[in-house]
Design a protein around this ligand. Structure first.
Ligand SMILES: [Zn+2]
Length: 267
């Protein structure tokens, strides 16, 4: 009888534990798919099937490669009006979305399906972007219980912006071997302030897509920066699913391959 009672308590406790896991599990299990296109451009796919594209580049301006044709999306988010972030629109290039497309550029709060999006006022890294007042909108996206930031070509992030952004789980930020946008000390300051668990470098030279080792001008590959860094994961392809429950405990640098849809200028 005594054993039966113990067994009963054990079964009851296990059942209780399981239902707790299920309650929190629904949110923690939700997945957000990241698809890296190239340069600073990503497409995010929500659990409800909505899509957003962040910072599409203009084909063959500065970069040697093309933006993929007919990429589907529900909205386009642009950090700043530079040809390598705005589909080439500021250079008069035919941009790769329809006239009806919802295009977000300015600080404010937005919703695209299950994506909650906040644009935070930032400032483009010096000395670039003076022709448009160095505006740069940092995008903070909440989806699947995760906080995600794409900082465009922001320089050091101001204390005011850091307070608005808060902590993030995943960050996409410009890093390359010649420190074209952010200096190492500025990169480390951003990590210390926002405490991301997943760090996704972007905006570096992609040698296999460039026509020469000297292009694009003043932009280095990512490899020199990765040397000596802890916890680096190089993905085999350009897609990865993230969920709150599988976030790494220690900050991890995750390097995506570019999209197979991207073609080089001479192909
Ligand atoms: Zn840029």
């Amino acid at each position: 009888m005594k054993y039966l009672a113990i067994l009963f308590v054990f079964v009851a406790l296990t059942a209780c534990q399981q239902s707790e896991n299920q309650d929190t599990g629904t949110q923690d299990d939700k997945q957000i798919k990241f698809e890296y296109i190239a340069h600073a451009c990503f497409r995010l796919h929500s659990p409800e099937g909505k899509q957003i594209i962040i910072d599409p580049y203009g084909s063959q301006i500065w970069l040697s490669y093309n933006f993929p044709k007919d990429l589907e999306t529900d909205a386009v988010l642009i950090t700043h009006p530079h040809y390598d972030h705005d589909g080439g629109q500021s250079r008069g290039q035919a941009f790769p979305w329809s006239e009806e497309m919802q295009v977000l550029r300015d600080p404010g709060e937005y919703a695209i399906g299950d994506f909650s999006i906040q644009g935070v006022k930032g400032k483009h890294a010096d000395p670039y972007g003076k022709e448009f007042g160095q505006i740069n909108t940092i995008w903070v996206i909440e989806i699947a219980g995760l906080r995600i930031a794409h900082i465009g070509d922001n320089g050091p992030i101001s204390n005011e912006a850091i307070e608005t952004i808060g902590k993030v789980d995943i960050i996409m930020l410009p890093i390359d071997g010649v420190y074209h946008i952010l200096k190492e000390v500025e990169i480390q300051a951003i990590f210390a302030a926002l405490e991301p668990k997943v760090i996704i470098p972007m905006h570096y030279q992609i040698p296999e897509l460039e026509l020469s080792a000297e292009t694009p001008k003043n932009l280095g590959p990512i490899d020199p920066w990765l040397k000596g860094k802890n916890n680096v994961l190089r993905l085999e392809n350009n897609e990865h699913n993230f969920a709150r429950k599988t976030l790494p405990e220690q900050a991890q640098v995750m390097v995506f391959k570019h999209s197979p849809l991207v073609t080089r200028a001479d192909q």
